[in-house]
Design a protein around this ligand. Structure first.
Ligand code: ATP
Length: 228
């Protein structure tokens, strides 16, 4: 059974329609890459799944429950952990406060997050505002993990980060996949994204245009949909 099923969702920002029919599924333990050029609807799809820009049409089912019209805090509580674009850590809290702020019982504890990202362990009492971009991304991932989600959603997992930090983030994503966590991820670095993904969903103008395995995402399809 799939963990997340998004069927034909349509979403708007006020009077402006952004999604025109997005379909995707994430199976248990699967990593799904959500792809598409700028402005095609990746972030809006994620916002709709998380209840931040609720879908006005279509259906979102998570772990057997219809969450289409649930409040975002309930969706988080149901087991969807979001690492939003731009990270959005609590700037006036220190690293450990950021992490415990969202904590819920489960395998992900402060110690487990520090094991995944040792750099956070060296900065526990440092204000989040003073962290580097890469450290903030580690903190944002750690904070989402502290909710002990069944599905982790990463929007622009490594955008704007230095290459060495990107490596750390991808290493963490591979390790999370190995641990059996389901992940929906947006990132532009195909060379890192494709090896870790089990399937790809490509959006074009707010609709799902193509779904398949990374091996089937040919150079021609990449050229057509991603401009690579
Ligand atoms: P990017 O890679 O640039 O973040 P994306 O694929 O995530 O792009 P979205 O950010 O979901 O795309 O944007 C989808 C559409 O919704 C675009 O036409 C965009 O201009 C529009 N849009 C996004 N945010 C808003 C907003 N707050 N108000 C109005 N329109 C918006």
């Amino acid at each position: 059974m799939s963990l997340l099923t998004v069927s034909g969702i349509e979403s708007w920002y006020g009077a402006s329609q952004a999604l025109f029919g997005v379909d995707l599924t994430v199976g248990e333990g699967e990593v799904v890459a959500l792809m598409g050029r700028n402005g095609m609807g990746k972030t809006t799809t994620i916002r709709s799944i998380c209840g931040l820009t609720p879908a006005r049409k279509g259906r979102i089912v998570f772990s057997g429950s219809d969450i289409t019209h649930q409040k975002s805090f309930r969706i988080a509580r149901a087991g969807i952990g979001l690492v939003p674009e731009g990270r959005r850590c609590f700037a006036n809290l220190d690293v450990s406060e950021n992490l415990v702020a969202t904590a819920r019982p489960g395998q992900w504890t402060l110690d487990a997050v520090i094991e995944l990202f040792p750099r956070l362990g060296e900065r526990l009492s440092q204000s989040a505002a003073t962290l580097s971009g890469g450290e903030q991304q580690m903190l944002a991932i750690g904070r989402a993990l502290m909710t002990n989600p069944r599905l982790l959603i990463l929007d622009e997992a490594t955008e704007g980060l230095a290459p060495v930090v990107r490596d750390d983030i991808w290493r963490a994503v591979r390790s999370l996949k190995q641990s059996g966590l389901s992940i929906l991820v947006v990132d532009k670095t195909l060379s890192e994204l494709m090896p870790v993904a089990d399937s790809c969903v490509v959006l074009e103008k707010g609709s799902t245009a193509w779904t398949g395995s990374p091996a089937d995402l040919t150079a021609e399809l990449q050229d057509r949909y991603l401009g690579v």
